[in-house]
Design a binder for this molecule. Structure first.
Ligand code: DAH
Length: 339
């Protein structure tokens, strides 16, 4: 029995050294120390021993048991340390390596200024509305008092989808859509893309942006138009800006005007920026034509209104002294990062 215990101790030691994980350790614990384990089996046979042998074998069996228990604990700790070491190796990161650099985008100059313009008009009580870019001929022209033979319909300017449908050449059709749906009081601006069949150069692009404005209510006069636009220009270009209204013609307004801002570069002297004029044209406007109102079911005897349309690119070019329209669409980050 003594020899048997020595053998158990030796084989337990060997097998424990070879165990590779907690599962294997548990199997060994059961094999040696479990209820049906080898050491337990010896202890169960103690009854067969002589009284002299019993304490000797008993002591030895207990020693072997304690020895295996300690060995189990030791091996478990070893395995755990090994696993931790392996994981640390595996998950090691070199903190001296350069990180992944992600470029942060910036708002496009057109968006920066458009946001400002929206904010100014919203501050004056305007709502922001949108309309379709693929538009019926009726909304883009007819309802705006631009009949079939009007030069603005020249096929050279307009992209026709078919006889009735065009890519809108202006944001003015949104006026019609708003007035058809809503009775006065109306106070809206409508920014968006417009299209004209122009060749690309420093001042032309087949796609550009306009911002339309429309106010209709009882008793709206040209004085309201002037006041609104003066406020707008001063907020956009500074309190000391000077505004000028020049008579003009648009089919959908009567009377009509173009608005110039005194060149903020030369203060009216004439320079490269204003092409020697001293003034810079920024928008078209006028009192909504009675025919346009009645086209939309609004009684021109009761209501009056004003409208305006401005080209966003122009406003932005003047704001940042940009001399080539193409820069807006080329997405060259060296350009875009400057704003
Ligand atoms: N739609 C005109 C254009 O593209 C701009 C314009 C002028 C809009 C006068 C208006 C307006 O609403 O009243 O040239």
């Amino acid at each position: 029995m003594k020899q048997k215990l020595e053998e158990i101790r030796a084989s337990a030691m060997r097998e424990l050294a070879e165990a590779t994980g907690p599962q294997a350790l548990e199997t060994l614990r059961v094999k040696y120390l479990g209820k049906k384990g080898e050491v337990t089996a010896i202890l169960k046979q103690m009854g067969k021993l002589t009284p002299e042998e019993r304490p000797v074998i008993g002591e030895l069996a207990n020693k072997v048991r304690t020895f295996i228990e300690e060995d189990l604990t030791k091996r478990a700790a070893e395995l755990k340390a090994e696993a931790t070491k392996k994981r640390l190796e595996l998950e090691r990161i070199d903190v001296t390596l350069p990180g992944t650099h992600r470029e942060l985008g910036v708002p496009h100059p057109l968006s920066i200024v458009l946001d400002e313009i929206k904010e100014i008009f919203v501050g004056m009580g305007f709502d922001i509305v949108e309309g379709p870019e693929v538009e019926y001929d009726y909304y883009n022209f007819e309802a705006l008092n631009i009949p079939k033979d009007h030069p603005a319909r020249d096929t050279q300017d307009t992209f026709y989808i078919n006889d009735n449908i065009v890519l809108r050449t202006q944001t003015s059709p949104v006026q019609i859509r708003v007035m058809e749906k809503q009775q006065p009081p109306i106070r809206v601006i409508s920014p968006g893309r417009v299209y004209r069949s122009d060749a690309v150069d420093a001042t032309h692009s087949p796609l550009f942006h306009q911002i339309e404005g429309l106010v209709v209510d009882k008793g709206v006069t040209f004085a309201d138009l002037k006041g609104t636009l003066e406020t707008f220009v001063k907020r956009l270009y500074g309190e000391d800006s000077v505004v000028r209204f020049r008579p003009h013609h648009f089919p959908f307004t009567e009377p009509s005007a173009e608005v110039d801002v005194q060149c903020f570069n030369c203060h009216g002297e004439g320079c490269r920026l204003c092409k020697g004029e001293g003034w810079i044209e920024i928008l078209g406007c006028g009192m909504v034509h009675p025919k346009v109102l009645s086209n939309c079911g609004i009684d021109p005897e009761v209501y009056s209104g004003f409208a305006l349309g401005m080209g966003l690119e122009r406003v932005v070019m003047r704001r940042y002294n940009i001399d080539d329209l193409r820069l807006f669409y080329e997405n060259d980050v060296r350009f875009l990062k400057q704003f």
